[in-house]
Ligand binder design. Structure first.
Ligand SMILES: O=C(O)CCC(=O)C(=O)O
Ligand SMILES: [Fe+2]
Length: 287
C-alpha cells in the first residue's frame, strides 16, 4: 500500500475549503477544529455518561456480522454508563455506531454548531461513534455517499483513507460497501493479497478536537488507539446525479444483498468473498 499524508490545516475558510477540497473531493485534516466550539469542554465521555448514562446501547465488536442473521445483531447491550466505565477501565474492542443524537441526547445539539464550510448539512442525523482502545472499524465506505466531517474526541484514532476507485486493490466485495474480512490493513499480507501492493491512500492520525473531511465514497478503516468517540456530520448529495448514485447504492446494494443473504446465508457470503479475491487479483493481470 502507498500511504501518503493529507493536507493538514490549523484553520480554513469557506472559499478555500470549497475550492481546494470540497470541489476536488480531496480529504483534509483540520487540526483542533472542534476546539472553536464554545462548549468544547463538554465533549468528553464523562459528560456523555452523565447525560445518557441510563440509556441502553447496542454494542458491536471487531468481528464481521453473522451472515446467518438478516440484520446485524449486537454482541451485547448495556447501559451507556457501564459501557463508558468499561472502555475507560480496560482494553476493549466494543463499539457503538450510528448513535443519532437528535433522538438520543438532543441536549448535545446545543454544544456544537454546524461549521459554515459552504455545503448543506443533513441536520437530521448528527451521529456519534464510540470505541474502546482495541476497536477497529472494518474497511467500508458509507452507503449514503455523504460527504462527512468527522470530529474526534478524547482518544486518538488512526484512519486509513482510500479514494473509491481503489476498491479493486483493497479486495472490495461485490454488492457491498466493505472489503474482504480476512484482509488486515494494519499489517498487510501482500503474499496472500498481492493487489494490496498497489492500493494508494492516506494515513491520518487524529487527536481530540481534530476534524477530518472525508469526501463521499471514500473507503475508511478506523482504528481506535485509546477509548474515545466521534461525531460525523453529513452533507446532502449536491447534485441530481449524486442523489441518483446514492439511491442506487442504497436500494440496489442493500436490498439485493439482503435478499441473497436471506436465501443463501453463508453460501452467499462465501461466494462474495471468493469473487472479491478473484476480481482483485485479476486487476493485477491488467496492469
Ligand atoms: O470511527 C468510527 O467509529 C466509525 C466512523 C465512520 O465510519 C463514519 O463516520 O462513517
Ligand atoms: Fe463510515
Amino acid at each position: 500500500m502507498y500511504l501518503s499524508q493529507i493536507d493538514t490545516v490549523d484553520k480554513i475558510n469557506k472559499s478555500e475549503f470549497l475550492e481546494k477540497y470540497y470541489k476536488t473531493k480531496k480529504p483534509v485534516l483540520i487540526k483542533g477544529f472542534a476546539k472553536t466550539w464554545s462548549s468544547y469542554d463538554k465533549w468528553n465521555l464523562d459528560y456523555i455518561a452523565e447525560k445518557a448514562g441510563d440509556q441502553t446501547v447496542d454494542l458491536y465488536d471487531n468481528k464481521p456480522a453473522d451472515p446467518s442473521k438478516a440484520t446485524d445483531e449486537p454482541v451485547a447491550t448495556m447501559k451507556m454508563r457501564e459501557y463508558i466505565r468499561l472502555i475507560k477501565r480496560e482494553p476493549s474492542d466494543l463499539r457503538i455506531f450510528f448513535f443519532i443524537i437528535t433522538d438520543k441526547i438532543p441536549e448535545l445539539l446545543n454544544n456544537f454548531s454546524y461549521p459554515d464550510l459552504g455545503f448543506k448539512y443533513f441536520k437530521r442525523i448528527p451521529t456519534l461513534f464510540f470505541g474502546g482502545s482495541e476497536a477497529r472499524v472494518l474497511m467500508h465506505y458509507d452507503v449514503d455517499l455523504a460527504d462527512l466531517l468527522h470530529f474526534q474526541f478524547e482518544g486518538r484514532k488512526r484512519v486509513l483513507l482510500f479514494p473509491n476507485n481503489q476498491g479493486p486493490y483493497l479486495y472490495k466485495v461485490p454488492l457491498s460497501v466493505h472489503t474482504m474480512y480476512d484482509v488486515n490493513y494494519e499489517v498487510p499480507d501482500v503474499e496472500q493479497f498481492p493487489a494490496l501492493k498497489y492500493a494508494k491512500g492516506h494515513e491520518i492520525y487524529m487527536d481530540p478536537g481534530d476534524a477530518l473531511f472525508m469526501p463521499s465514497g471514500y473507503w475508511h478503516f478506523n482504528r481506535y488507539l485509546e477509548p474515545g468517540f466521534s461525531i460525523s456530520l453529513r452533507s446532502f448529495p449536491s447534485s441530481p446525479g449524486r442523489l441518483l448514485n446514492m439511491l442506487r447504492e442504497v436500494f440496489l446494494i442493500r436490498y439485493t444483498d439482503k435478499i441473497l443473504r436471506k436465501l443463501f446465508k453463508q453460501r452467499w457470503v462465501n461466494y462474495k468473498q471468493r469473487r472479491a479475491f478473484i476480481k482483485s487479483n485479476k486487476t493485477l493481470d491488467k496492469r
